[in-house]
Design a protein around this ligand. Structure first.
Ligand code: ADP
Ligand code: GN1
Ligand code: MG
Length: 360
């Protein structure tokens, strides 16, 4: 049960130029409560209430976000490439209301935000945005970042949480999802590969975005070039393969993340190629091993998302926002179908990566 929020009160605590005249729910994020606020001087802002079930230390989230945007501001060519947060009346980038809810406000960036690429070029540009983002953060002091969600992409731990939810079976749903459970368990060993390689130092730990779906990036309205990366809540030490993988599972799929008709869900190899080309162009520092493992990054992150959606389904839908009772199950099934399709096209995915890498 989500709490009753009061965005129209919260906005008054931020240093907006004019007086707010409207405040409406906005966007398709699964986590925070997002509003678009318009003021009488014609300005537009994004106001967000941080989801504290997901982020139990919202102050740490804002410290990370503040540090990252300030760091990036000194490195970009154009200020519109970085989110511009407003100070609140407590001189911080957040305001805490009487109920203990954390709010933040930033300028609305007038860019194109897509749920699916409208052209190959759009997807290529999103790869440039996320690849460049990671390159810019290469020297960022990782030890100063809080781990806002501990073990976020630790797939071994995601399996552990899945098995706990299965054992607890809080809402009696386990019996109805046996084929999905079997599919997931058959792939447990492979799912832990990236975690083990990171632990052994065979993959570098980098500062990564960790939530690189297409609707977390804005394209410039006029040029349709990469403009600004959004949703910085999960910027933490991670692997480039997480970022690459998450972009592929969302943007290179032929259907939406919650498509109920599984026959429509496949990996589009042309889009896979386009994103690979863009990512390799923007992210020059990828090691040979990282490059080779790009297809595995896509597969493991897709499987991990299936595990996370099914865990939430078994847990009674407490983490992701859902629009109907079976929503998380539908999402989990679509991700599993995508994994199965990647397995079918595995050799082609590897060939594409090798071909694109040879061009660089
Ligand atoms: P969540 O964590 O819930 O996904 P996001 O920070 O991604 O929250 O915001 C949700 C959506 O709001 C984004 O996908 C995007 O459509 C929109 N959005 C967020 N920030 C901005 C911004 N500065 N300018 C324009 N749209 C934005
Ligand atoms: C959530 O916040 P949003 O909607 O951009 C989730 C991601 C998932 C994604 C699936 C903090 O992303 O990890 O990949 O949903 N974010 C968090 O759509 O858990
Ligand atoms: Mg988002």
């Amino acid at each position: 049960m989500r709490k009753v929020l009061h965005p129209e009160d919260a906005i008054k605590h931020f240093r907006t130029g004019g007086t707010p005249v409207s405040c409406n729910e906005f966007g398709h994020g699964h986590i925070n409560s997002t509003y678009m606020v318009k003021t009488d001087d014609g300005h537009e802002y994004i106001l967000q209430c941080i989801n504290q079930y997901v982020f139990n230390n919202p102050k740490a989230v804002m410290e990370n976000v503040g540090a990252v945007v300030e760091y990036l501001r000194g490195r970009v060519n154009d200020p519109k490439e970085v989110l511009n947060f407003l100070l609140s009346d407590t001189d911080t980038y957040y305001y805490v209301d009487e109920a203990g809810e954390y709010w933040r406000c930033y300028e609305f960036a007038d860019g194109i935000c897509l749920e699916a690429p409208e052209s190959d070029q759009d997807f290529y540009e999103s790869a440039i945005a996320f690849g460049r983002f990671q390159e810019m953060l290469q020297e960022f002091p990782a030890e100063t970042l809080h781990e806002t969600i501990p073990m976020f992409h630790n797939t071994v731990n995601r399996y552990r949480m899945f098995k706990d939810a299965l054992m607890a079976d809080r809402v009696d749903r386990a019996a109805s999802v046996q084929p999905e459970i079997a599919f997931i368990m058959e792939r447990e060993e492979e799912a832990g590969t990236l975690v083990r390689l990171l632990e052994r130092g065979e993959l570098p730990l980098r500062v990564t975005h960790n939530d690189t779906k297409l609707n977390n990036v804005l394209l410039d309205r006029k040029t349709r070039k990469a403009m600004c990366v959004l949703d910085l809540d999960t910027v933490m030490p991670g692997s480039s393969l997480y970022d690459f993988g998450d972009s592929i599972r969302f943007g290179a799929a032929t259907a939406a993340e919650d498509e109920p008709d599984l026959s429509r869900m496949e990996i589009n190899l042309e889009l896979f190629r386009v994103y690979t080309a863009g990512y390799l162009t923007a992210c020059r520092s990828l090691t040979k091993k990282e490059t080779e493992l790009l297809p595995l990054g896509a597969k493991i992150i897709t499987l991990e998302l299936a595990v996370r959606f099914l865990t939430d389904y078994l847990d009674g839908d407490r983490y992701f926002k859902t629009a109907y009772p079976e929503h998380n199950l539908v999402r989990a099934r679509s991700q599993l179908k995508l994994v199965a399709d990647m397995e079918r096209k595995w050799e082609q995915m590897q060939k594409i990566v090798a071909e694109e890498a040879a061009k660089n």
